[in-house]
Design a protein around this ligand. Structure first.
Ligand code: BTN
Length: 278
């Protein structure tokens, strides 16, 4: 598919007629030129009973949210800001699979665009060590089961690198910055929704292993020395693998394998070698 055509938007008319999904975005597609946060609206819709596969998309967000209380930079007509309602019948211990499968779906979409993405566990997508996509999965839990989950995804597409503000924890990039091409956001969204639905169905049908293998092969973290801030304190050692639920296995200096469910890995700044030259 040729993704290079920058003139389009993300309205229902531009996206839904060409969707190849069975459910995602087909029956409930909410489009806003401006919104506070697509995750906020998706959550309100989900609590009002909207079904799995309901999609909320915006051209810009005034209060886009990231992980760990951070904000998500969401300028108009440059990125894709997307939230999907999921209602998986699954136990809480498997919930990390969803953000991992979302990372694989995004990374495959970027690969199809000719880019070379890597997954920074658990679910950041980097190109050349700069962040192009963030994923925020927010779940409502009842009795140790997932009642519903809002999967929020922000992709930097046609942003010029000089337009990003200062102060990102991981330096940002965009598809434009990595390739010098402007991209059709509607085509990217169509492919992404199809890939998300594919990996989600695979997981529900007990075939998560293939998605997990893909996540491992695209990982920028496995094999590296890492130090993570987790809710149980700092875990340091070599990241050796992902387990069946997508938890990171870190072997510490004593040879003990630590299973990490979530945490933040800090990688060296992408310009570290350049900085050292001066
Ligand atoms: C992160 O890396 O910190 C996660 C960023 C998630 C951003 C997306 S944009 C669409 C959706 N709506 C939000 O407010 N956040 C997510």
């Amino acid at each position: 598919m040729d993704f290079t055509d920058a003139t389009d938007g993300l309205s229902l008319e531009e996206v839904v007629p060409q969707l190849l999904t069975g459910v995602f975005g087909q029956n409930n597609y909410f489009y806003y030129p401006e919104i506070d946060s697509t995750n906020n609206l998706a959550r309100a819709l989900a609590s009002g009973g909207y079904p799995e596969g309901t999609v909320v998309v915006a051209e810009m967000q005034t209060a886009g949210r990231g992980r760990s209380g951070r904000s998500w930079y969401s300028p108009a007509q440059q990125g894709i800001y997307l939230s999907i309602i999921l209602r998986p019948a699954m136990p809480l211990r498997e919930i990390s699979r969803i953000s991992l499968l979302a990372a694989v779906a995004v990374a495959e979409t970027l690969e199809e665009m000719g880019l070379q993405p890597r997954i920074k566990w658990p679910n950041d997508i980097l190109i050349n060590n700069r962040k192009i996509t963030g994923i925020l999965a927010e779940a409502i839990i009842r009795m140790d089961n997932v009642e519903y989950l809002i999967l929020g995804i922000g992709l930097n597409i046609n942003n010029r690198i000089e337009d990003f503000p200062e102060g990102f924890v991981t330096p940002p990039t965009s598809a434009l910055a990595e390739s010098d091409c402007n991209y059709s956001r509607s085509k990217i969204l169509q492919v992404l929704l199809w890939r998300l639905e594919y990996h989600y169905k695979q997981m529900l049908e007990g075939r998560f292993a293939q998605t997990l293998e893909k996540a491992k092969s695209m990982s920028i973290v496995i094999g590296q020395e890492v130090s993570l801030d987790t809710i149980n304190g700092v875990v340091a050692g070599r990241a050796v693998d992902l387990d069946d639920n997508g938890f990171l296995l870190v072997r510490d200096q004593k040879g003990v394998i630590n299973k990490v469910m979530s945490g933040e890995i800090f990688l060296p700044h992408p310009d570290i070698d350049k900085l050292r030259e001066y």
